[in-house]
Design a protein around this ligand. Structure first.
Ligand code: TXA
Ligand code: MG
Length: 343
């Protein structure tokens, strides 16, 4: 299949919308990561997403809308608290799990009776969804298991030849978070945060009161409640090992590990504060560790850059867990398959 790769303008948005309406796949940017979109109401179209990504079919998709009134068309039993969340955080990086309307295909919901819904803030995403005039099912636009895509070149790398179109923006300014949306399950008595993101637990609690954090986010051995969270995820080709501790101990330990691995191509995922402390390896800084939003934005593209340089082992510094740091460390721990050295 030839994949059209087009910069966003009136014409290319119409073309992309037409592809979505006729059951094709289009990758598009959101304010978190690139999504791989299909008509959420068309089971055949949705199946193509699973095929293109190599995604297990029991891993449900997020349905994207760009007008609030679509919410009532795809979800039911919407509580007052869920409405509060939509008022406060939409459009934006929050996905809300609700009971699904019967006609939503089980292919979209991964055989569940619930549905994940998100109203993205990125204006190109909104224009595309509105032009298609459909709810758009869109997982992250990466090959299953790899880090999500935060630049259209990443999407080309993963999905060229497997999907109908990639639409991208010249300026990626609206691309502000770099980690997938926060997911909250609102079908339960007490809402549960299933995946951390830019909308933090504190922000959710401020808005609706009690919110529980899914057990698996606190304890690695728990079976995840968001079906997708149980799969290998965010993994570059290289083995990732996190070193956790204060800056001095962390950098000393990483230098010791570099010395012990002299036959391997080593990468260090560092920060602006520490990037000059390492030698004889590829050092990439995720940014200033006092600006975690920056680190979040850079994380996935850095993991991909190590791959482009054929790095075999990545020693990753750990980052503070406050604010978006909780989401950063969640993704990093999954990329490392929970291999953590504490010093
Ligand atoms: O920021 C994002 O959310 C991006 C952009 C494209 O919007 N999308 C994204 O989709 O990250 P994906 O498919 O990579 O992650 C969706 C997660 C999976 O872990 C999936 O298991 C979970 O959402 N999920 C979807 N529907 C669910 C449901 N009904 N109940 C529980 N978890 C659900
Ligand atoms: Mg994903």
């Amino acid at each position: 299949m030839k994949t059209l790769i087009e910069k966003a303008n009136g014409q290319s948005i119409q073309k992309a919308a037409q592809i979505l309406k006729s059951g094709g796949l289009v990758a598009f940017p959101t304010e978190t990561v690139y999504g791989l979109g299909a008509d959420a109401l068309n089971a055949k179209a949705v199946k193509k997403i699973y095929l293109a990504k190599g995604r297990p079919s029991d891993n449900p998709l997020i349905v994207h809308i760009a007008q609030l009134n679509y919410l009532n068309e795809i979800a039911k039993d919407i509580s007052a608290k869920a409405i509060e969340l939509t008022k406060k955080f939409w459009p934006g990086p929050l996905t809300i799990i609700l009971n699904k309307k019967d006609y939503i295909p089980y292919e979209t919901s991964g055989a569940l009776d619930t549905i994940a819904v998100r109203f993205p803030a990125n204006s190109l995403a909104q224009k595309l969804i509105n032009a298609a005039n459909l709810p758009i099912a869109a997982p992250s636009a990466n090959v299953s298991g790899k880090p999500s895509c935060t630049h259209f070149s990443h999407v080309i790398n993963d999905l060229d030849g497997k999907i109908d179109m990639i639409i991208y923006e010249e300026s990626e300014k609206e691309f502000s978070f770099g980690l997938e949306s926060t997911i909250i399950d609102m079908t339960l008595e007490i809402p549960v945060m299933l995946r951390p993101g830019a909308v933090t637990l504190e922000m959710l609690k401020d808005c609706i009161g009690d919110v529980i954090v899914a057990d698996n986010l606190l304890n690695d051995n728990e079976h995840p409640k968001a079906p997708g969270m149980k799969y290998k995820h965010y993994s570059p080709k290289a083995e990732v090992i996190i070193v956790s501790g204060n800056l001095e101990n962390m950098s000393a330990k990483i230098n010791e590990l570099i010395l012990q691995s002299e036959n391997k191509k080593i990468g260090v995922l560092a920060s602006d504060q520490t990037k000059n402390l390492y030698n004889n390896c590829l050092v990439l800084s995720a940014g200033n560790r006092n600006n975690l939003l920056d680190v979040a934005e850079n994380l996935f593209s850095i993991l991909r850059e190590f791959d482009l340089n054929d790095i075999e082992i990545i020693y990753a510094e750990s980052f503070p867990q406050n604010d978006i740091g909780f989401a950063i460390m969640n993704r990093l721990q999954k990329a490392a398959d929970y291999k953590i050295i504490r010093v």
